[in-house]
Design a protein around this ligand. Structure first.
Ligand SMILES: Cc1cc2nc3c(=O)[nH]c(=O)nc-3n(C[C@H](O)[C@H](O)[C@H](O)COP(=O)(O)O)c2cc1C
Length: 429
């Protein structure tokens, strides 16, 4: 089972109002680097594969400001070198948008980070979902499917840049005074419909060659994109049966492209509420759910779905919303559960405390994860904190990980160094 910590560089990553916590227990604030260092060390102690940073570039309406709904959001890219300095094996994945980053700049930053982290970097490819992000860059957000068309071309380009140096191009021959063999460093002369670049990249080949590619879209077009490019897909979850159908669908699409489906890792969103006793876990879960005003969840949904839902009646069914220009796959997944209303979705939106199977003792939560792992084709889980993140991950590492390890479901040591090696480590290694 592969495990990742899943956060934004913000006060409350995905569970609304999770920044609210007894002040006397707060050691560092979310905007202080020590907060992140503590989390990174804890994740490494728990032998997690990676620390994953979601990100976006917009938001900031009154509701978001008042409750810190995915806003503010500092830049995680800048944090990673520091976190890599206090860890040795933990991988890092960072979200960067194909819509806003020029491809050459992105290829260069990630290749440099792969060097700095000694091969522990991954890229969560997003095409961005929200008009407020586009407005911050003074552009219009392209339509949903076109964003993926552009991203296909973008990936071709950055892939060519990462391949523009042959692996043995650097010779560093002091006697002959040759740094690199010019015959092994190539221009790419890429000229596409949306992007062009001559290359070569001005970064020498990095330990992994290319970052590990993560992707989280699950609409029809999103799945096609994942099948083409992703090493690792983030999914929102559901029953083992639905997860398995998702896996089979992605595998089929990969096979059609001649890719080996065994190379794909599917990692499900989760953030269980684990405590020593069932009663304690249920009390915590109730506190978390009661804290979240419906308006806060609806503001979060509005941002993700790129649609102002605040003015709609709460009993509006998802099927009445029309075409979703934001996280379409996620809305389709909710619709498949019986076309709920906005109010119904709001009660559980990115709040694992509302999901009974993820609330309980280490044994109970391990049963839930094991079922998805063994019967749902799920390769692992991303843990989204439900309370003050340094303490949340401490609890996961102290309570849940030992239970998973006793069952032989998670590693008892890192066998590799790079993120790609961690993700390909199997039970046999
Ligand atoms: C678990 C999960 C995490 C995501 N994280 C981000 C993110 O950090 N930034 C972002 O812009 N989009 C994020 N997305 C949105 C996806 O990258 C994708 O753009 C969106 O789901 C639309 O694709 P789809 O319609 O194919 O599902 C996330 C989606 C999911 C399901």
């Amino acid at each position: 089972m592969h495990l990742t910590g899943f956060m934004l560089f913000s006060p409350a990553p995905h569970t609304q109002l999770s920044w609210v916590y007894p002040p006397e227990k707060i050691r560092y604030q979310w905007h202080e680097v020590e907060y992140w260092e503590e989390i990174a060390r804890t994740l490494e102690e728990g032998l997690f594969d990676a620390f994953f940073f979601a990100d976006a570039w917009g938001g900031g309406d009154r509701t978001a400001i008042r409750w810190a709904i995915q806003f503010p959001r500092h830049d995680p890219l800048v944090l990673i070198p520091r976190l890599s300095a206090v860890t040795e094996r933990l991988g890092f994945a960072v979200t960067m948008s194909t819509t806003f980053y020029p491809p050459y700049m992105l290829a260069r930053k990630l290749a440099t980070l792969d060097h700095i982290t000694k091969g522990r970097i991954g890229w969560n490819v997003v095409t961005s979902i929200n008009d407020s992000e586009a407005r911050n860059f003074g552009v219009e957000l392209p339509p949903h499917d076109e964003r993926y068309d552009r991203a296909d071309e973008y990936l071709e380009l950055v892939d060519a840049l990462w391949g523009s140096w042959e692996p043995d191009a650097v010779v560093m021959d002091m006697e002959a005074k040759v740094f690199a063999d010019p015959d092994k460093v190539h221009r790419i002369d890429f000229a596409g419909r949306w992007y062009s670049s001559t290359g070569p990249l001005n970064v020498i080949p990095s330990p992994q060659g290319r970052p590990v590619i993560f992707q989280a879209g699950s609409s029809e077009r999103g799945r096609e994109f994942a099948a083409q490019w992703a090493d690792c897909v983030f999914a929102v979850g559901g029953t083992p049966k639905r997860c398995l159908a998702f896996r089979n669908d992605l595998e089929e699409r990969m096979q059609r492209r001649g890719r080996d489906p065994a190379a794909l890792q599917i990692i499900n969103f989760c953030g269980p509420v684990v405590a020593r006793t069932q009663a304690e876990a249920e009390a915590l879960a109730a506190e978390i759910s009661e804290r979240i005003p419906a308006e806060a969840a609806i503001a979060n949904m509005s941002g993700h779905w790129n649609m102002d839902l605040t003015a709609l009646p709460p009993d509006t069914r998802l099927s009445a919303l029309g075409e979703i220009e934001g996280t379409r796959g996620m809305v389709e997944a909710f619709q498949a559960t019986g076309d709920p209303t906005l109010a119904e979705v709001a009660r559980s939106y990115l709040n694992m405390a509302s999901q009974e199977a993820f609330v309980g003792t280490p044994e109970k939560v391990a049963d839930t994860l094991q079922d998805l792992f063994e019967n749902g084709g799920v390769d692992g889980f991303q843990f989204s904190p439900q309370w003050y993140a340094p303490d949340y991950y401490r609890d996961i590492v102290d309570l849940l990980i030992p239970e998973l390890r006793n069952r032989g479901l998670v590693r008892d040591r890192y066998t590799g160094v790079t993120l790609r090696q961690h993700l390909s480590q199997t039970a046999a290694d």
